[in-house]
Design a protein around this ligand. Sequence first.
Ligand code: HEC
Length: 122
Amino acid sequence: MKLFFALSLLVAIGSLTSCYYDNEEDLYPQNRLCATDSMSYANDILPVLNAQCLSCHSAAAQQGGVDMEGYTSVKKYVDNQKFVRSVKHDAGTSPMPKNSDKLDACTIAKIEAWINQGALNN
Ligand code: HEC
C-alpha cells in the first residue's frame, strides 16, 4: 500500500511537471507567429487585397459589381460585413477569393482584428 502511494505520488509529480512545459506557444505555434495587434490598412490589409482580390475587384474590373479599390470602397464591405463573411466562407455570402483556396487562418485573423480595431485607414 505504501509502495502504491509512493508510485502514484511519482506519477502525479511527473504529470505536473510535464504540464508545466505544455505552454500555449509550444502547443499552438501559429499563435506566436500570427501577430494581430495594431493592424494597419496599408501594411496588413492592402497587400492581401492586392494579391488576392483586386484582380477581380478593382475599380475597373468590379466583378459581381464589387469595387474594393481604395479604403472608402473597402470600408463599405466592412460596414455591411461582407468582406469578413466572404473570406470566412460564411453561409449566405459568396466564398472569396472566388475559385481559389480560402485565405490562410492568420490572414483571416488579421482582417478580423483590423475590423475589430476600428477598420482604420492607417
Ligand atoms: C476571380 C475573381 C475574384 C476574386 C479573385 C475575388 N472575387 Fe470577390 N467576387 C467575385 C465575383 C464574380 C463576385 C460576385 C458573386 C459571385 O459570383 O460569387 C464576387 C463577390 C464578392 C463580394 C460580395 C459577396 C456577397 O455575398 O455579396 C465580396 C464582399 C467579395 N467578392 C470580396 C472579395 C475579397 C475580399 C476577395 C479577396 C480575398 C475577392 N472577393 C476575390 C470575383 C472575385
